[in-house]
Write a protein of this length. Structure first.
Length: 232
């Protein structure tokens, strides 16, 4: 005798019929009414605080000094951010901070004295936007003899005086009125400290030899120094 198979269709139908899940053709199929459910989206509640847009040279430590908030609290409020890889322009939440507190701690900046000065006298080695081993240049490289004085391009306050920053070596960053900042990288020695107010032309330190990297920022935007400083 040849073997035979029963398809799954009849078996499923029999099972449904036995369980009472079929209805007669003369009857209307049952209608089930579902009550609408309102979707509720709960926003992330971080409590009181302010959002700070990261500027050049700023770190969690620097923000803790500005707003009077512990570094640990800032890190806890921004768990997705790596404090070692902060990007300029990033919004950072400062818990429990207020704008008034920040203004009171930072105080007023000295007024600008005019056009920006050259930090050193040497010629331009790398122009803004030029190619470097690290990629596109966001400033200019100026020739500088070893131990040549590096001057403040404009009056302002020292926000960074670090032994190494952005792979530029010893670096100084000044904050100026009008939302400007200037950066001086590749220095051999630094003579200023964070929080110190300097005048235009004041010595920030000495060149390390060969070149000094110079940048100008407006807020978080990097600017072409040639539009603000006479470079030859």
């Amino acid at each position: 005798m040849r073997p035979f198979r029963i398809s799954r269709g009849p078996l499923v139908a029999l099972a449904l019929l036995a369980s009472g899940c079929f209805w007669r053709h003369s009857e209307k199929p049952p209608v089930y009414e579902l009550e609408p459910v309102e979707a509720v989206v709960t926003p992330l509640d971080r409590g009181p605080g302010v959002y700070h847009v990261l500027k050049p040279g700023e770190t969690f430590y620097r923000l803790s000094r500005i707003y009077g908030v512990p570094v640990e609290a800032i890190q806890k409020a921004n768990p997705a951010l790596d404090p070692r890889k902060l990007v300029i322009g990033t919004e950072i939440f400062i818990p429990g901070a207020t704008e008034k507190r920040a203004q009171a701690r930072t105080g007023g900046l000295p007024p600008r004295e005019g056009a920006f000065w050259r930090p050193v006298r040497g010629r331009v080695l790398v122009h803004f936007g030029g190619r470097t081993p690290a990629g596109r240049s966001e400033g200019v490289d100026l020739a500088a003899a070893r131990n040549e004085a590096v001057l403040a391009s404009e009056a302002g306050r020292v926000t960074v005086a670090a032994g190494s920053l952005l792979s530029l070596g010893p670096t100084v960053i000044l904050e100026h009125a009008g939302g400007f900042s200037t950066l001086y990288g590749g220095m051999g020695s630094i003579r200023v400290k964070p929080g110190q107010v300097v005048s235009r032309g004041e010595v920030l330190g000495a060149a390390g030899g060969g070149r000094v990297h110079f940048r100008i920022y407006k807020g978080t935007a990097v600017l072409d120094p040639r539009k603000y400083v006479r470079l030859r």
